[in-house]
Design a binder for this molecule. Structure first.
Ligand SMILES: [Zn+2]
Length: 639
């Protein structure tokens, strides 16, 4: 899924609201209720007893019949579940289904089964004890009102299941424990409608002034959020891709008729990106079926298995949602704590697509990630509080720092071993079409590289913050001597052990070396012949997540990489004054330390006196009253 969706979802509504510690402002009541149900259902706060119940059964096949008219937010449906028991004496079958939606009846054959429906769960009394591995089949008839997302495009309704709603609209087994092995979806709609969904469209038939669509999917699928449908008057645009196994696979785009002309050129990059991902990460995981995108109006995007739903299209989001087919869909995170295995990796693969297809943009992508991550001093990739939606989908940490975790791992183990480790992880029979934890990913990276990565994951996954480097250098005859110092933005990591790339420059690169930096004030030297080096360059390819670095020759500092935003504060770190570039447009400057309490500061001739402030990490807020614009910068103060 794409966090932009969640953010857009929240910003579209203007009723300020705070829910527990979710801090979801600007959200409507009904939406909030649906979100909180999703939150309960999908394991954000899944109670232990819920997971115990989920582990009791193994659903092998799900046959769904639903009738939906996009103009009316109502689903009438029947689902047949084929499942087996994973325990002896199984007497119940537990499914997730939102309170307030209706169950008409539940049957085995012609016999009614009794059930309770509370706490967003249906607990079905099987009326007998199943022994281990015993199979059973039950049918549930249900009706869901206002459980789908309904919007308009060009005056035409579009209805879809979506991240926050996908779990609600039918009774299903939605956990991170059990994937459904195979699904058939039969959808009845009014004439003129097309249904976008998972797998292969077997046929569309007409009868009784209605259309009958049959989608089948023969790969395991986490129904938590990957099984979805969207319905409107789509235009089907067909393409194809030559796969690495020599076969040709269909690609389908379901676009709004009014968008076909503008979007067809944008999505035409899809086969190239798919072939590129195959070359790095192995065969497309659902190659016997299809890949494609369905447009929908919701502002984000969702990695629906074999057919992501897209609120907007560009190379980044096309590649991100496609990347999820490997990372997230085929191998799904086994805990919300490990969601970076899906979102961080998808974000990184999207970056790799830029590196391969638009290489001139690649450095800018890395710089924007660094600026996002280092805009605050703390925060880990590993989600420590899975009760907090805003932490799980934190773009700065789950997406961007997850991206950099993968990028640094590639730097440490090297290009070919990194991709080999990824392929080995994706091919592991225990994980393939199943669930994985970070330990599984680490294990495969260690196996291919022969490196112990405990320290790396401890610093970069569980630990918080990032390093700031100071390189102090001097030339002594034919060598440059470099002292490497490092400070950390958060006390949870005492030292980031990293190989660092350093280049010596004089009208060109004189020497290019990687130092293995394992302790503070470490001394290195590099041979530069007799060339009088004018500049030292640190980490030119941005392999390391770091910021506020300094390179010092004697007492002369060479500045940071300039920020693209014209509002720049410098120096940083600073000790006595900071200067603000373009200070004339700034009306107010406030500085907050770790307490988070902002104090207004006086600006004189573009300068702010900081001698009174203790050394440490600060956030600066700069306000431009004319344009009602607030800029946030971070600052390190050293005395
Ligand atoms: Zn995503």
């Amino acid at each position: 899924m794409n966090y932009k969706g969640i953010l857009n979802l929240h910003s579209r509504f203007k009723i300020p609201f705070t829910f527990n510690h979710m801090h979801l402002k600007d959200i409507t009541y009904p939406l909030l209720i649906l979100l909180s149900v999703f939150y309960t259902l999908t394991g954000f706060s899944q109670p232990g007893s819920r997971n115990i119940a989920a582990a009791e059964t193994d659903v092998t096949y799900q046959e769904m019949h639903v009738e939906i008219d996009p103009a009316i937010n109502r689903v009438d449906g029947e689902i047949t579940y084929f499942f087996s028991s994973r325990i002896d004496h199984l007497s119940r079958f537990v499914l997730d289904y939102a309170d307030g939606l209706s169950v008409n009846y539940i049957k085995r054959g012609n016999s009614d089964l009794t059930y309770t429906h509370a706490d967003n769960l249906i607990t079905i009394d099987l009326g007998k004890d199943l022994h281990m591995d015993e199979k059973d089949t039950i049918l549930i008839s249900f009706s869901s009102v206002n459980a789908l997302k309904q919007e308009m495009h060009a005056g035409v309704p579009v209805i879809s299941t979506d991240l926050d709603l996908a779990t609600l609209w039918y009774p299903g087994k939605k956990d991170l424990i059990d994937k459904i092995d195979s699904v058939d979806l039969y959808i009845t709609t009014p004439l003129g409608q097309r249904v976008a969904s998972n797998g292969v469209l077997v046929n569309v038939t007409e009868g009784n002034a209605r259309l009958f669509h049959h989608w089948k999917h023969r790969y395991p699928i986490a129904t938590t959020y990957l099984l979805n449908l969207a319905i409107t008057n789509y235009t089907e645009v067909k393409d194809s891709v030559l796969l690495s196994d020599g076969t040709t696979m269909p690609i389908l785009y379901y676009l709004y008729p009014e968008s076909v002309a503008s979007l067809t050129p944008v999505v035409s990059v899809t086969p190239d990106v798919l072939q590129f991902f195959e070359s790095r990460f192995g065969p497309y995981p659902f190659s016997k079926e299809k890949f494609g995108y369905a447009q929908y109006t919701f502002g984000g995007a969702l990695e629906v298995q074999t057919m992501p739903f897209m609120g907007f299209f560009n190379l980044d989001v096309i590649a991100h949602e496609m990347a999820h087919q490997w990372f997230g869909d085929m191998v799904t995170f086994g805990s919300w704590s490990d969601i970076w295995l899906s979102e961080g990796m998808a974000e990184y693969l999207s970056g790799l697509a830029t590196e391969a297809l638009k290489p001139t943009d690649w450095n800018g992508v890395k710089l924007s990630k660094i600026n996002s991550i280092t805009s605050m001093p703390g925060g880990s990739v590993f989600v420590k509080d899975t009760n907090d939606l805003s932490v799980i989908f934190d773009s700065r940490l789950t997406y961007n720092k997850g991206f950099y975790l993968a990028h640094m791992l590639r730097w440490i183990v090297g290009d070919s071993l990194f991709f080999e480790g990824c392929r080995q992880y994706l091919n592991d029979p225990k994980l393939r079409h199943g669930f994985a934890r970070t330990a599984d990913f680490q294990h495969h990276m260690e196996e291919v590289s022969g490196k112990d990565l405990n320290e790396f994951f401890s610093d970069w996954l569980y630990g918080e913050g990032f390093p700031s480097y100071t390189l102090t250098w001097n030339q002594v005859q034919d060598s440059v001597i470099v002292w490497v110092d490092q400070t950390q933005s958060d006390p949870s990591v005492s030292f980031f052990e990293m190989p660092i790339q350093v280049q010596a420059f004089r009208f060109g690169i004189v020497a290019d070396t990687v130092f293995n930096n394992t302790y503070n004030h470490q001394r290195f030297s590099m041979y530069v012949r007799n060339i009088n080096v004018s500049q030292l360059i640190f980490d030119p390819n941005k392999w390391i997540l770091s910021n506020f670095n300094k390179i010092i020759k004697g007492t002369v500092a060479v500045g940071d990489v300039p920020n693209e935003d014209p509002i720049v504060i410098y120096p940083n770190p600073a000790s006595q004054f900071i200067e603000i570039a373009n200070a004339s447009s700034i009306d107010e400057v406030e500085i907050a330390g770790i307490t988070g309490i902002y104090k207004q500061q006086e600006v004189k001739d573009g300068k702010v006196d900081i001698r009174e402030l203790l050394p440490g990490y600060y956030i600066i807020r700069l306000r431009d009253r004319d344009h009602d614009k607030v800029s946030i910068r971070s600052l390190i103060i050293q005395h």
